[in-house]
Design a protein around this ligand. Structure first.
Ligand code: PHE
Length: 368
């Protein structure tokens, strides 16, 4: 509680005024000298200058208002002088900054070693993904993205996996629950590959298309040294007039040389994907033994790295529903898809896929 009690003036004579104001000033000075910290300064301000209970307000209402007319001037002069003094003291106290004790408590020992802040670095997956993308960017490809939660239509049906087709079983799919009431094509799932973005891209633009699609994909696979239920792919799609299988071979041969070194050879093995025809698996000559045969390539000299093929006319038929220019009689194209983790593991000699996701700084720091 602020003590703003002001004594009664014995009389309005010169001597009484002198004594009363001197006493007030002295008490203000003593109080101001002992202030430390913002809170105390504020209390002092309220105590003296507060509009309702401040001492100066009290003096004004008790002494000035009731004063006989002839004493009002002398009283007013002293009142104003006291007010100026108090305001000055307040200004000083507010500007004085923290007390010595407060400063000492905050002092920093500049001789202590500093706290090292670790700089971030690209995760090896991001780094590899960007590297793959830039190989294709240099060939004039642009970058596309699509949702990770995808519809059955984009992930499967439009990629030429008809409902109930056994090819669907090759991609163990994680589906979003409680959607039985929706038509199959609208049901949501976690995309099992980046291929649905081929269709999303073609629906958005007529040919020519040259695009790479990096992204996260999900499969209901048990984790082991080389499998993870979440991993990354880079998809590629090229559609134009007169695109042939040799364009596909030349493009991927160049990309593998750009990623693994110019001495790497590629070969194309017949394979099957519902959305490409013909389809191929691409193998590169073993980067560990140069093709002579070693444990890594199971003595074959070759390592299988990605899937590819010529875009199936059935896929173009779905695209043509929105963009009639995807007429397989007039255009053709190729597509490919590669696993980013697999490529990163090869490039950096990593044998456990789990290392990418464990968040172990001893592992990650090696890629900084
Ligand atoms: N989507 C295929 C997969 O995940 C890879 C692929 C992409 C194959 C494009 C051919 C063409 O297995």
């Amino acid at each position: 509680m602020i003590d703003a009690s002001i004594p009664e003036l014995p009389d309005y004579g010169e001597a009484a005024l002198e004594q009363a104001f001197a006493a007030l000033e002295a008490s203000a000075r003593t109080a101001a000298a002992n202030l430390s910290g913002e809170a105390q300064v504020e209390t002092f301000r309220l105590e003296w200058l507060g509009r309702k209970q401040g001492r100066l307000n009290e003096i004004s209402s008790r002494w000035l208002k009731g004063a006989p007319p002839e004493a009002k001037k002398a009283l007013g002069v002293r009142f104003n002088a006291l007010k100026t003094v108090v305001e000055g003291l307040l200004e000083q106290a507010a500007g004085a900054g923290p007390s010595d004790a407060a400063l000492k408590a905050e002092a920093i020992d500049i001789t202590l070693p500093g706290t090292r802040r670790l700089t971030g670095a690209e995760h090896p997956i991001t780094k590899t993904l960007n590297e793959i993308v830039s190989v294709f960017a240099a060939l004039g490809y642009s970058v596309g993205v699509g949702p990770e939660v995808e519809t059955d239509f984009y992930n499967f049906e439009s990629m030429n996996f008809p409902p109930g087709h056994p090819a669907r079983d090759t991609q163990d799919t994680l589906v979003v629950a409680n959607q039985e009431r929706r038509p199959l094509r609208d049901r949501l799932l976690l995309r099992t590959h980046t291929s649905p973005v081929q269709m999303r891209t073609m629906e958005q633009q007529p040919p020519p298309v040259r695009i790479v699609i990096p992204g996260k994909v999900h499969r209901n696979d048990a984790a082991d040294a080389t499998h993870s239920p979440i991993f990354h792919q880079v998809e590629g799609l090229c559609v134009d007039t007169n695109i042939t299988f040799s364009d596909l071979k030349g493009t991927l041969d160049h990309a593998m040389k750009a990623l693994f070194g110019s001495s790497v050879k590629t070969r194309f093995f017949p394979s099957f994907f519902p959305f490409t025809e013909p389809s191929a698996d691409v193998q590169i000559s073993c980067i560990f033994c140069g093709g002579k045969g070693c444990r890594k390539c199971k003595q074959s000299g070759w390592i299988e790295l990605l899937g590819c093929g010529m875009v199936d006319p059935g896929v173009f038929a779905f695209a043509a529903q929105k963009q009639p220019a995807y007429d397989p009689k007039k255009i053709s194209g190729f597509a490919f898809g590669m696993g980013v983790e697999r490529i990163a593991m090869m490039k950096y000699g990593i044998s456990e896929i789990g290392q990418f996701y464990a968040g172990d700084m001893r592992f990650l720091g090696q890629f900084a």
